[in-house]
Ligand binder design. Sequence first.
Ligand code: HEM
Length: 412
Amino acid sequence: MDGQDASGLEYNPSDPDVMADPFPVYEKLREEDPVHWSPSVKSWIITRYTDVRDMLLSDNLSVNRLVQFYTALPPREAELLKDMVYYLNLWLAFRDPPDHTRLRRIMRHAFTASAIEKMRPNIVEISNMLLDRLEEKKTDKVDLVREYALQLPAFVIMDLLDVPRDRLDDFKEWSDDMAVFIGGARNATDKYERAARGCTNMSAYFRELVIERSKNPKPGFLQDLIDARDKGDKLSDDELVATCILVLFAGHETTTNLIGNATLLFLRHPDQLNRLREEPALIQSAIEEVLRYDGPTNALVREVAEDHELHGKTLKEGERVFVMVNSANRDPRRFEDADTFDITRENNRHLTFGQGIHLCLGAKLAREEGRIAVQALFDRFPDISLDPDEGPEWLDAMVPRGTRRLPVRLGG
Ligand code: HEM
């Protein structure tokens, strides 16, 4: 039967019930078939904490999965995706050592702690500006994703990369187009056309910007990227364009989902929201708990680089593996009361920013944005509640985890 393997277990990420709450099926997989072959996803599904962590640290798996994918495409699709695959192949996120080592060593010069620290006042300003706008809609039903969770990180990243804020709609559209491919949308039919269009628009924009900044330098993150050197080596123009796309892409949707998921969790757990209100200093551990309990990284994707065994199953070279981060973060073998949302949790070593050489470069910025956005929202609208008539709508994707729409009432 489609979607079922010999164990009788079925994992269907497109099932609306699974999208809304994947955790019951993760629990079953963790307990009954932790290295699960899914016929419908045509991939291995890995669900236990230690397996997920070890796989992210292992040389047996590769992130360089585009080559095989691209080679297998029919000619029309291959032509459509040519540019997109070219740029994605320049992302350090899709490179193994030694290419990854080189790119990461150059890029870390732009991702310094002090560069991120400088962003703080900007995040506060953007959050206040958006909340001021929301004051006017206090009596209406509001989609919190569209009006807040999406805009805040998008503006932060656009400011970081020197993109004027009035291009928000363009950037959102281009990035959504690319996301149907990168995020692994399961139900989109025109995903290659959309992805190609998004990439063409985005790369053209950044190419011009990089050329302009190379002629007329202006201090900031983009300039730091352009100037970043490691022993004389630097990013090529194509690598710079690809890196801008990566930062925009990696930096905003993930953080949107963090803010959206956090809002939903607090509204569903009023006791934890009250606890945070009594003790605002808990915001740090509260955001860590959101990242663990229902974080924006549902899964990460790898390709088997060398045949190897795991729990009695043989993973063969070239097969695709989904390491299910959100399942790992709920593994009772690693976390006490794993299914309890507890904002005072200590020793919260979740895997939401990855592990090993690809560990998220923007984690500090994302955490800062999450803390500011969530605290400012609940301070400004103490009576905010979920809309009683319309529930959240989840993203149709296997890799990110977040709400596409989150209807709320700001005035209670
Ligand atoms: C809550 C928000 C975020 C989450 C959950 C997140 C998560 C992740 C994860 C899991 C990885 C590793 C991917 C893998 O191993 O395949 C990663 C890599 C990366 N992230 Fe983030 N991220 C977030 C925000 C950001 C932001 C704000 C930026 C930039 C401003 C950023 C930039 C990057 C970059 C450049 C990489 C690639 C690192 C490498 O391959 O060496 N991320 N992120």
